[in-house]
Design a protein around this ligand. Structure first.
Ligand code: HEC
Length: 269
């Protein structure tokens, strides 16, 4: 009896240690319980090793004992397994759907937004072209066009276009998630990249476009480490249409807030 208690105590201590270790390793509770159960099982095995051996059996009696042993084993396993948390595939599917639904909605919305933005950019290009034509003295061309119907471009047209650039540029800023690394208008940026409120003082729209399409083309002064590590993603040339880059760069070049300490960009290539 003393022997049994001793083994039990050892089992509890070892089991406790297992639980402690698995808990610090942040195992799920089920696994902590499982390790504890293993320690206890070990104690039982050692207790049985010390138990007096059974008398040899033969014939019908041995068959009955063997079958009884299997029945006990089966009951223990099945009962044990049914106590385990059960996974219903439908349940899991429901959970996954719940997670994915807002994402799907977001991408669908994103696609729609992008299409609208593209349509607007095209419209704006047409307007800009007309304005340029007019500036070139192509009055005849203008008249031909206005003969085509209402909505003929006018001086007001270019004003609207500038407004569109701001809107489309900001849309791209949001869509491409530049705000993840850059602070602008006091929003966004997790200290990974420079604040951009004064970028227009240093770079033209075209140069900002270069930086977006090839992040290695310019380096923000004081951000040598980030530049070397390629912190700014080199993916926008694949993700963005040329006109998306143009409106975003044009919009950013309008930021000339000298009270913000935007680091000076250094030409790299
Ligand atoms: C994952 C972080 C990250 C994202 C996303 C990111 N950038 Fe950057 N960007 C940086 C870092 C870091 C620097 C500074 C190092 C360098 O110049 O490469 C930088 C530098 C710049 C600079 C030069 C600033 C200066 O003062 O010289 C511009 C302009 C810029 N990024 C624009 C953008 C635009 C526009 C987007 C979105 C299309 C964008 N970045 C997305 C990390 C990022």
């Amino acid at each position: 009896m003393g022997n049994v208690i001793k083994k039990l105590v050892i089992g509890l201590v070892v089991g406790g240690a297992f639980v402690g270790i698995t808990r610090t390793l942040e195992f799920p509770t089920v696994f902590q319980m499982m390790f504890f159960a293993y320690a206890m099982l070990g104690s039982v095995v050692f207790m049985m090793l010390d138990a007096p051996s059974l008398k040899p059996m033969s014939g019908g009696k041995s068959v009955i004992v063997l079958v009884a042993f299997y029945i006990v084993l089966c009951v223990v396993y099945i009962a044990g397994a049914s106590m385990w948390p059960q996974y219903d595939p439908e349940d899991e599917k429901g959970k996954i759907d719940k997670i994915l639904k807002p994402k799907r909605a977001a991408t669908e919305q994103g696609k729609a937004d992008e299409l609208i933005a593209r349509a607007k950019a095209l419209d704006e290009q047409v307007k800009a072209l007309s304005v340029r034509l007019k500036a070139l003295g192509g009055d005849q061309a203008m008249q031909d066009q206005s003969a085509g119907g209402p909505g003929a471009p006018s001086a007001a047209g270019s004003v609207v276009a500038t407004g569109d650039v701001a809107k489309l540029g900001e849309e791209q800023w949001q869509l491409q998630e530049c705000y993840n690394c850059h602070k602008l208008k006091g929003e966004g940026g997790k200290k990974r990249g420079p604040e951009l409120d004064n970028i227009g003082t240093y770079l033209t729209a075209e140069e900002i476009g270069q930086k977006i399409l090839d992040p290695k083309s310019w380096m923000a002064d004081g951000f040598e480490k980030e530049y070397e590590k390629g912190k700014m993603p080199d993916k926008y040339k694949d993700l963005m249409e040329q006109k998306d880059v143009q409106v975003l760069a044009a919009w950013l070049s309008s930021f000339k807030n000298t009270s913000i300490n935007t680091p000076k960009p250094i030409k790299k290539k």
